[in-house]
Design a binder for this molecule. Structure first.
Ligand code: PLP
Length: 406
């Protein structure tokens, strides 16, 4: 009998946030167990609601968004995005340089498919948001991971980045604010990355989907604003800041100097046309959403949910013997260090699986973010403090006598 295997293009492509450990969690749920999922940055299941004005705007537009739009998106949406880009000093972005997408995810894959030939290299952070590595691999490219330095607030290690540039390198991916570390990069670091891209003629891909989720009075600096003479593709969307991940509403903007990328842009336009367009009702809410930035800010201030949940989980994790963590400044993730010698951990996936089976709480292992050592895991701190406290207590209890290799 003929059987069907996955295509060889998918060899080495992985997305472990929804991988084998989550499969086990789903099996446990199917068997009637209750699992606390701290593995996916999906605000809605944790009681976060999209702003009323945004939902109203989409409902009002449902009857005039039944057809396909221009493949780049509705003009009204792209005008609002262009204005947002201007507010962040992103250079040379007209409506023609903006593409809406079914989330940022679709556009990441589209951009990599359009750029990479077999063996082309792209620098990607470690730890990364794994869709980047997966999309590069699927496109025939090679993701070369540069280290982000936990001892230095998880900022990219510029020396390491420099050492990994070869004549095959085409681009640098910068995820700022960062998933999974919650880091926010300062101007000095961004300027050094821009300088490397300038010296080596590289494209910058800036994944800035968390730019409106910044705490402690800090401010996000758009990478493109520091690189008017380079091509920066900036990715953004409403899944996180407007708590509507299910609507699939993202965009990308080609910023700065496009003169050397005419062929690449032709490729992007072709791929954009091939998927016809992104979800049009979701595009129609973009102008209202970008006029309503205040709601998102409230949850990041003292007293707001994200802020208070970060404070709680940060203190709780640092109190557990054998764990430490850099306090996140943005987004809703943290990436704690676990003392692998103390607990004899050699396999981080087994570590989170053992924890899941014993305590019915789901984390993602560090390896899922292309972190090489088995000494980290990611916590999503979207659940309310009551649930986070159960998770932290359970982790403390679990680690009290956990020894992986006996
Ligand atoms: N980029 C980063 C860094 C993310 O964390 C995510 C989702 O978690 C995405 C992109 C994809 O977002 P979406 O496809 O919902 O716009």
């Amino acid at each position: 009998m003929r059987t069907f295997e996955k295509s060889s293009k998918l060899d080495n492509v992985c997305y472990d946030i929804r991988g084998p450990v989550m499969d086990e969690a789903n099996r446990m749920i199917a068997a009637g167990e209750k699992i606390v999922k701290l593995n996916i940055g999906n605000p809605a299941p944790f009681g976060f609601r999209a702003p009323d004005a945004v939902i109203k705007s989409m409902s009002e537009n449902l009857t005039n968004t039944e057809g396909y739009s221009d493949s780049k998106g509705l003009i009204s949406a792209r005008k609002a995005i262009a204005a947002y880009c201007r507010s962040k000093n992103m250079p040379d972005v007209s409506v023609d340089d903006i593409y809406t997408g079914n989330g940022v995810s679709e556009l990441i894959t589209l951009c990599m498919q359009g750029l990479l030939n077999s063996g082309d290299e792209v620098l990607v952070p470690s730890p990364d948001y794994p869709l980047w590595t997966a999309s590069i691999t699927l496109s025939g490219g090679v993701a070369v991971h540069y280290i982000c330095d936990e001892q230095n607030e998880w900022y990219p290690d510029i020396e390491d980045m420099k050492n990994k540039i070869t004549d095959k390198t085409k681009a640098i991916v910068v995820i700022n604010p960062n998933n999974p570390t919650g880091a926010l990069y300062p101007k000095e670091i961004l300027l050094q990355i821009v300088e490397l891209a300038r010296q080596h003629g590289l494209i910058l891909f800036a994944d800035e989907i968390y730019d409106r989720l910044v705490m402690d009075g800090l401010e996000h600096i758009a990478l493109a604003s520091l690189a008017p003479d380079l091509l920066t593709v900036s990715f953004n969307g409403l899944s996180k800041s407007h708590l509507l991940a299910g609507y699939r509403c993202g965009w990308m903007c080609l910023c700065g100097d496009k003169s050397r990328a005419k062929g690449y842009i032709e490729g992007i336009n072709l791929l954009s046309s091939m998927r016809l367009c992104s979800n049009v009702p979701a595009q129609s809410l973009i102008p209202t959403a970008l006029e309503n930035l205040e709601d998102a800010k409230k949850m990041l201030l003292p007293g707001g949910r994200i802020y208070e949940q970060r404070e709680y989980i940060y203190n709780a994790i640092t109190d557990i013997p054998g764990l430490s963590v850099v306090k996140p400044k943005a987004a809703f993730y943290m990436f704690p260090y676990v003392d692998i010698e103390k607990f004899h951990i050699v396999d981080d996936e087994k570590f989170v699986l053992d924890f899941l089976k014993e305590k019915k709480i789901l984390f993602t292992h560090g390896g899922g973010f292309h972190w090489a050592k088995p000494d980290h895991f990611r916590i999503v701190y979207l659940p309310c403090v009551d649930e986070l406290s159960i998770a932290a207590e359970s982790l403390k209890d679990f680690l009290q006598d956990y020894q992986q290799c006996e």
